[in-house]
Design a protein around this ligand. Sequence first.
Ligand code: HEM
Length: 147
Amino acid sequence: MKDRDPVTGELPVDPYPQSNANAGAAPYNSAPLVEAFGGREGIRRIAERTVDLSEADPRIAAIFESHDMVRLKRTLSEQFCFLLGAGCDYTGRDMRAAHAEMGVTKADMNALVENLQVAMREAGVPFAAQNRLLAKLAPMSGKVVTR
Ligand code: HEM
């Protein structure tokens, strides 16, 4: 395995074109929505908690093994921050490329969404605001679910 970056702690990835279009949807433009998530810091905590819950979730833990969770926490935070209109750029890969060959099922997808809902609930995000993020993610299912 290649060495982790001494500064970011991330594993190197092959080069790919970077664009906010890789985030998979257009962002909202609503200050109250960003506020409902606790701003950028709140969004980052929710994304990281979703990764932690999913890594520890026996239904889907195996899929995360041998992947770079340092990078995933960063890129998922960026993606949520971009989609919620909190002013971040998304620097990760597009959803089809990121999940290719992973064999994610509809049930795996549901488990991840449940973990995100737990993370948002724990953070006190109002239900209507939770549903706005989920509405951005739901149409990405077709690119993530491959069997
Ligand atoms: C709409 C739902 C989903 C979204 C928005 C999403 C988002 C992301 C993002 C932003 C990345 C990082 C891309 C990059 O590194 O450049 C990623 C990678 C990854 N996702 Fe997802 N994901 C979703 C569903 C899932 C599901 C259901 C699973 C498994 C249960 C999963 C497992 C992974 C794994 C293991 C990686 C790391 C890939 C790698 O190391 O190359 N994702 N996802």
